[in-house]
Ligand binder design. Structure first.
Ligand SMILES: *Cc1c(COP(=O)(O)O)cnc(C)c1O
Length: 375
């Protein structure tokens, strides 16, 4: 059976990238590596739409979230954390692990944070050092407006730190223009790579905070990573094969163009939402991200059974996390996804729903998706 991957990490890895990763390993202190890594770093700046350096860490995405906390903050600092999903909560857990005092804004799951709420908190507590938020909250499918958040945080001295682990490569993200001080992504999301790399870019203001930071760190010390980067190297042995794959993935991103990539994600997400509604199901998020569609299921459809039924047709989708477990399914549009992936998923979803006894006329979802994509 042919397998089709529709999870918001990991995502499908293109053949062009897979073949590169199969090449014989090169030494990470060789000139050949340095040339390859220099090209990768230029490509990362393009992907991140930043003039600042993008640092590559050999960790999953969470490693770069942790790097942001331990490099920007100091003992006893105060942080404002936007929760409202598993990944927003993770920012809070990371801060608390290192003794940072957290003030949380609890946003109902599926909703975006109101930028004014962030400003109110910052005004009420001007010692808050940094605001931690998420661009696309992968557990709820909600999109936060980072540009608007940047505008209010800029009225204060606080740093703005964004988990864009699924946002980057799917949604417009202009960290320099929007005043984002630290932005993070990971390899197995929009970058079309296997898991194992994480990336973080810091603003000049953020680098000043790094110099003052006294939280404990060794492997995740970004100052060391920055010094090595100036020599096109990593402080420790990096995941060389993943970096070789990354070079190919970044070349594909440049060939397509970042604006076109954002537009492709928007179209596939819109088509999927249309298909889902035509099948009589709902969309969980109020302000849905184009990274993934979280399908709100009626009480008579068990989300876990639906994931299993789709698996029977070769489709891997994600179930709901925490309080959404069994109530939704999560369908990714992230990375190497085109019109025909979206159409096949719509067709597969119809069949799986019918198998579970949901009365959906064959072709209604598929046709709604096709109208968006071909229209
Ligand atoms: C996947 C994801 C993470 C976690 O990344 P890992 O690679 O699993 O550590 C964090 N934040 C968001 C928004 C994600 O989608």
């Amino acid at each position: 059976m042919k397998r089709r991957l529709f999870t918001p990490g990991p995502t499908t890895v293109p053949d062009r990238v897979l073949l590169k990763m199969a090449e014989p390993i090169i030494h990470h202190r060789s000139e050949e590596f340095g040339r390859m890594f220099a090209t990768v770093n230029e490509g990362l700046k393009y992907l991140f739409q930043t003039k600042n350096e993008v640092l590559t860490l050999t960790t999953s995405g969470t490693g770069a979230l942790e790097a942001a906390v331990v490099n920007l903050l100091s003992r006893g600092d105060r942080a404002l954390v936007v929760r409202g999903g598993k990944f927003g909560e993770r920012w809070g857990e990371l801060c608390e692990t290192y003794g940072v005092h957290v003030t949380a804004i609890d946003v109902p799951w599926g909703e975006a944070v109101a930028p004014e709420a962030i400003l109110e908190h910052l005004k009420a507590d001007p010692v808050i050092k940094a605001v931690f938020t998420t661009q696309s909250e992968t557990s709820t499918g909600a999109l936060n407006d980072i540009e608007a958040i940047g505008r209010v945080v800029r009225e204060t001295d606080a740093l703005l730190v964004v988990d864009a682990i699924t946002g980057i490569g799917a949604h417009r993200m202009l960290p320099d223009a929007w005043g984002v001080d630290a932005v993070v992504t990971g390899s197995q999301k929009g970058l079309m790579l296997p898991p194992g790399l994480a990336f973080i870019a810091l603003s000049e203001r953020a680098w000043q905070a790094v110099e003052r930071s006294d939280l404990p760190k060794y492997y995740l010390d970004l100052m060391k990573a920055k010094k090595s980067l100036a020599k096109d190297q990593n402080p420790y042995t990096p995941a060389v094969s993943l970096l070789v794959g990354l070079k190919a993935a970044l070349a594909m991103i440049r060939e397509e163009g970042i604006e076109n990539i954002w537009a492709r994600h928007a179209k596939n997400a819109e088509a999927t939402r249309a298909a889902v509604r035509a099948m009589g199901l709902g969309i969980f998020a109020k302000n849905p991200s184009n990274v993934l569609t979280i399908v709100q299921l009626p009480a008579k459809i068990d989300g876990k059974k639906l994931v299993k039924a789709l698996d029977g047709y070769g489709f891997t989708v994600a179930g709901g996390q925490a309080q959404l477990s069994g109530k939704v399914i999560r369908i990714s549009h992230l990375g190497y996804t085109d019109d025909f992936d979206t159409l096949s998923l719509s067709a597969g979803l119809e069949r799986a729903l019918r198998e579970l006894g949901w009365d959906v006329e064959p072709g209604v979802g598929l046709s709604a998706a096709q109208r968006v994509l071909a229209g």
